[in-house]
Design a protein around this ligand. Structure first.
Ligand SMILES: Cc1ncc(COP(=O)(O)O)c(C=O)c1O
Length: 356
């Protein structure tokens, strides 16, 4: 079966090699006669998977002894709900789009603070650093480094002694400054694997802050000590994550991914900018344009619909924009090949020539 170019924002396409290797391991793991989803998480087979996944994640990101790698559940939503309860009620939040706003709303009212917001302009950019009203005594500073819905990113992660980053929709799409970050988390379903699994990287010096009232199942320190196996972890999801780490290494690591992702995004933004105004990007600050979620509109909603339908016939699916934003969103995570972006850019040119 040929696979289409799937521009879904998440759950999103995964590399075919990752799917093939995972499917094989699901049926039979290393000739054992059972699959990797059919053995105990306390046994040597899965223990080896967990060890290798942690080691490869650390090596890809250059993580030293200061941070732990955790595999969690409940989605990124569970994480941004848990963070204020674990690290302190008075977090500062940069509210730059759908997801950072949701994280802010999950934090305690009255003590958490929005240091800046771009809601007044429908989150068409991330507020300029000069406008952030950071509090020196805030327990942490939360940002979403790539706003999946609104299509912009922080080109460089800000500097803060207790930076917390929701990197869901750009995790491992480029190198990340882990050493300068207190906590990085992301739902796996965009760049890393299947939905439900969360990758979190936690600085160990945060552990003394975690109140005793947090149950062990949600306590970062206890989870780290148990290699994320306080209870039964989503073993097959972690296996797919491991295959993704292996695949990323074969691609040349995160610096190589960053270069390729910039080239891919450049093709589509090039088609937007070269269309004489037929396509309009939705992001007001060009330097903040996301390399993962490319958002733009056509002159009318009817043309948006026709664009989505015609693209689908050509094997390019899931291009419809998020319901609150409309227009088109092309999500081009690590697994989207260059050929997918070339095909979309060519289709954009052809469609504009016919309908412009
Ligand atoms: C940036 C970002 N943060 C958080 C979430 C929420 O993730 P989940 O559905 O895994 O809770 C999403 C989902 O799309 C997202 O894109």
């Amino acid at each position: 079966m040929p696979r289409v170019f799937n521009f879904s924002a998440g759950p999103a396409m995964l590399p075919t090699e990752v799917l093939e290797a995972s499917a094989k391991a699901l049926l039979d793991y290393n000739g054992k006669g059972f699959g990797i989803a059919e053995c105990s998480h306390r046994g040597k087979e899965f223990d080896g998977v967990a060890d290798e996944a942690i080691a490869r994640c650390k090596s890809l990101l250059g993580i030293g002894d200061s941070h732990d790698v955790l595999f969690l559940q409940g989605g990124a939503t569970a994480l941004f709900t848990l963070i204020p309860q674990s690290l302190g009620a008075n977090g500062d939040y940069l509210v730059s789009g759908e997801w950072s706003q949701k994280a802010f709303k999950a934090a305690p009212k009255g003590t958490a603070k929005a240091v800046a917001s771009s809601e007044a302009t429908n989150f068409d950019h991330c507020p300029d650093e000069a406008t952030w009203q950071l509090r020196p005594d805030a327990s942490y500073f939360h940002v979403c480094s790539n706003e999946t819905v609104h299509g912009h990113r922080l080109p460089v992660w800000p500097k803060h002694p207790n930076l917390v980053v929701d990197a869901s929709s750009e995790f491992l799409s480029r190198p990340h400054p882990v050493a300068d970050t207190a906590l990085i988390y992301g739902g796996a379903q965009k760049n890393l694997g299947p939905a439900g699994l969360v990758l979190a990287i936690v600085r160990k010096d945060l552990y003394p802050r975690i109140p005793a009232s947090i149950p062990g199942i949600w306590n970062f320190q206890k989870l780290a000590e148990a290699k994320s196996m306080v209870n039964t972890p989503p073993t097959f999801s972690i296996y797919i994550l491991l295959e993704t780490f292996r695949w990323l290494e074969r691609q040349g690591g995160l610096a190589a991914m960053e270069k390729l992702n910039a080239e891919k995004a450049g093709l589509i933004y090039g088609a937007v900018d070269g269309s004489g105004g037929f396509y309009k990007g939705t992001v007001a600050v060009p330097a903040q344009r996301s390399h993962m979620n490319v958002t733009f509109r056509l002159p009318t909603a009817e043309l948006d619909d026709a664009f989505v339908k015609q693209a689908e016939k050509l094997g390019m699916v899931a291009l419809k924009g998020y319901r609150t934003v409309g227009g088109i969103r092309a999500s081009i995570y690590n697994a989207m090949p260059l050929a997918g972006c070339q095909a979309l850019a060519q289709f954009m040119k052809d469609f504009a020539a016919k309908n412009g």
